[in-house]
Design a protein around this ligand. Structure first.
Ligand code: SF4
Length: 304
């Protein structure tokens, strides 16, 4: 099948900051995925921010596995091994991208691509001249700068999460105590590649970075500190901010701490929202009021 053993990164995988050092042709690392690209779903996806979705939706390719495996993940079935998707070849990936474009997608949206980035780079290099729509790298923010450099010129829009400031929080919820400094360095590289946001005449994003931050219950002080640090490092106009409120406790395990087993309060969200406004951020300050499974795609029985 489509092994990616042409790259040193898959023989001793260092595609992401975990640097597991495993040969993914033999065994998976922390992300849980072998070298072959496994896809959970390919479809028009209407639920991203409006400037990403456009009027028909983004052309989303949902990859299986994840290098963060957050305890509250709402895509747990595909991110943490319950569903292992379908192996797809580079040729099939290119075919799917063109099909989504022809169905009206305003962008190709690579969802959780980090652990496949070295294998995606040659696919994108070949398809980009024919594609004609932006490519979005929609990731958890825990990225290696070296891997991002491999993608230079291939990605139009970076859509990273920036989840935590506090090392204890990122260690507890995503097994990544170095999350914030790693994500900040990755964001610097993303901004270097794309520059400031550029929009089309109809308001879709053509180029740039949008940072997503999901406010977690019990974590508003961490959210505010994170926004202050990002503003102090990059300024408030270098990227768009998408401040999200739709935390869903039903995805957290029973063993998760009490905060993760309740919803976000409106006070918690509005205090972070006010801080974002005062810092001068612009973007999407509340995507949707609903939460839970309504916005989670059905990943079962996907065929390509
Ligand atoms: S991509 Fe997966 S195997 Fe490779 S370093 Fe990251 S978590 Fe480990």
């Amino acid at each position: 099948m489509n092994r990616i053993n042409q790259t040193d990164q898959s023989r001793e995988c260092s595609a992401c900051p975990r640097r597991c050092g495993v040969d993914r042709n033999q065994q998976p690392g922390f992300c849980g995925m072998p070298a072959e690209i496994r896809l959970a779903k390919a479809a028009l996806h209407p639920w991203e921010e409006p400037c990403i979705s456009g009027k028909n939706g983004s052309g989303a390719l949902f990859f299986c596995g994840c290098n963060l495996r957050c305890v509250f993940c709402q895509n747990r079935p595909i991110s943490q091994g319950e569903l292992t998707g379908t192996p797809v070849s580079p040729e099939k990936l290119r075919e799917l991208m063109l099909r989504l474009r022809d169905e009206g997608a305003c962008s190709i949206n690579l969802v959780t691509p980090t652990h496949y980035a070295p294998a995606l780079a040659p696919v994108l290099r070949e398809i980009r001249p024919a594609l004609g729509i932006p490519v979005v790298y929609n990731c958890g923010g825990y990225e290696s700068v070296e891997t991002l450099r491999m993608l230079e010129g291939l990605i139009d829009i970076y859509l990273p999460d920036c989840k935590y400031f506090d090392a204890g929080l990122s260690g507890r919820y995503s097994s990544a105590p170095d999350y914030f400094p790693v994500a900040r360095d990755a964001l610097r590289e993303m901004l270097r590649q794309t520059g400031r946001p550029v929009f089309s005449a109809d308001g879709t994003l053509l180029r740039g970075v949008m940072v997503r931050h999901l406010v977690l219950p019990g974590c508003r002080h961490d959210s505010i500190r994170l926004l202050e640090e990002l503003c102090g490092t990059f300024g408030s106009s270098a990227f768009l901010l998408s401040l999200m409120s739709q935390y869903s406790p039903e995805f957290a395990p029973e063993t998760a701490d009490a905060n993760l087993r309740r919803r976000l309060t409106s006070f918690e969200y509005s205090s972070v929202l006010n801080a974002a406004r005062q810092l001068g951020f612009s973007g999407y300050m509340q995507m949707r009021s609903a939460s839970g499974t309504a916005y989670t795609p059905d990943f079962r029985n996907a065929t390509f």
